[in-house]
Design a protein around this ligand. Structure first.
Ligand code: PMP
Length: 426
């Protein structure tokens, strides 16, 4: 017999306190945008495994691809025996990149591995030590990825010392008063006060900060960054772990700016819930690293590759890139209505890129208010709606609605959101 209550007690005995599992929801099964816990309670899922399930839970086409692959081969290690699906997936991903360059792709398992490895690659390719990331960024939990991350509590405090040579530039944020021009000027200043541009191997940027609070970098910032990188021979790396695979109304968020990165890393929604990450890079750069300079025992596992190929088919066949815009617009409209009504003065900036939609909870004009965000989140959970918060003070309500969700489910979820918000703020 299983129940949430019993499992919370067992979890507390068996697993460390530092694991983020405060929801107390123990999943029994899930489908599309719905999840049922072991008590039989149904939830509408507006977070999709933290941006992993753009095609929803257990998409039939992905399930089928996994089943077929399970009957053939589950693991070989790509370094021991290769398989066609790895190549096919690399070809598909290369084909998603701008046609002006030739691209190559290699696979790993998690976002952290991909961000960490791509920074190693940038160092090897350029022969330079420096790396620049951004304040508010999240790039993962391994030591280098943690060092790249730009939020100390809870990610960095006490976990250092970190590898040297890593610097953080301010991320542009028009709502909070940092324009693209000013942010670019600050980056250039960093490259005179703290490190020479000629010693920087790579600059890694999320085109829309995820954990940082769904903050988009303006197109002109990304273009200025590209120019700066080109001028100084710096690798421009796009971290699209959270923004990738149709979430933002483009296959990859950086497309909107027209900027071509040198490397792009992706993970999360790539394989419909199975662990897989990819580093896609310009062929002439990537091939500067000789045989044995990269690898991964499980990376590009045959089952994950089969799932990822099916995910790409689903995105195409079901028009999920267009669907992202449609779903995002519904969420935005709902929040703007609340902002004019019961949440007046509490819902600050409502923003979205495609279906990557967020609202800042604030007090006194624009002071971040994590408590209100947490209260709405907890009340919504009681009513059967799951989402997460993000941002400096966990004051940003964010949604990753599965892009396969029907209008009916999206509207039902938004109805629960409204109900929870009204109850908290009335
Ligand atoms: N980069 C970004 C932008 C992310 O959002 C995340 C995960 N939230 C990571 C890297 C790390 O990915 P993983 O948890 O798979 O290591």
């Amino acid at each position: 017999f299983l129940s949430n209550e019993l499992l919370v007690a067992r979890r507390n005995d068996a697993c460390p306190a530092g694991l983020p599992s405060k929801s107390g929801i123990y999943a029994e099964r899930a489908e599309g945008a719905e999840l049922w816990d072991v008590d039989g309670k149904r939830y509408i899922d507006f977070i999709a495994g933290i941006g992993v399930l753009n095609v929803g839970h257990r998409h039939p086409k992905v399930q089928e691809a996994i089943k077929v692959q399970l009957e053939k081969v589950v693991h070989t290690a790509f370094g021991v025996a290769q398989y066609e699906s790895y190549i096919a997936l690399a070809e598909r991903l290369n084909g998603l990149m701008p046609k002006s360059s030739q691209w190559k792709t290699m696979f790993m398992n998690t976002g952290s591995e991909a961000t960490e490895q791509v920074c190693k690659f940038a160092r090897r390719i350029t022969g330079r030590p420096g790396l620049i990331a951004f304040e508010g960024a999240f790039h993962g939990r391994s030591l280098l990825a943690t060092a790249l991350t730009g939020k100390s509590d809870p990610y960095k405090i006490g976990f250092g010392p970190f590898p040297p040579g890593i610097y953080h530039a301010p991320y542009p944020n028009e709502y909070r008063g940092l324009s693209s021009d000013e942010a670019l000027a600050r980056l250039k200043e960093l490259c005179t006060t703290s490190i020479r541009a000629e010693d920087v191997a790579g600059i890694i940027i999320e085109p829309v900060q995820g954990e940082g609070g769904f903050i988009p970098a303006p197109d002109e910032y990304l273009r200025g960054l590209r120019e700066f990188c080109t001028e100084h021979g710096i690798m421009l790396i796009a971290d699209e772990v959270q923004t990738g695979f149709a979430r933002t109304g483009k296959m990859f968020a950086i497309e909107k700016s027209g900027v071509e990165p040198d490397f792009l890393v992706c993970a999360k929604s790539i394989a419909g819930g199975l662990p897989l990450s990819a580093v896609i890079g310009k062929a002439d750069l990537f091939d500067k690293i000789g045989p044995g300079g990269m690898g991964s025992t499980y990376g590009g596992n045959p089952v994950s590759c089969a799932a990822a190929l099916a995910v790409l088919d689903v995105i195409e066949e079901e028009g999920l890139i267009e669907r992202a815009e449609h779903i995002g617009a519904k969420v935005e409209a709902c929040w703007k209505e609340l902002q004019e009504g019961v949440a007046k003065g509490v819902f600050g900036h409502v923003r979205r890129v495609g279906a990557m939609a967020a609202v800042e909870c604030v007090t006194h004009g624009d002071v971040p208010d994590g408590q209100v965000a947490a209260a709405i989140q907890a009340r919504a959970r009681e009513h059967g709606l799951i989402f997460l918060t993000a941002g400096k003070k966990a004051h940003v309500i964010r949604t990753h609605v599965p892009l396969t969700a029907s209008d009916a489910i999206v509207e039902e979820g938004l109805g629960l959101f409204v109900k929870a918000t009204e109850e908290v703020l009335k």
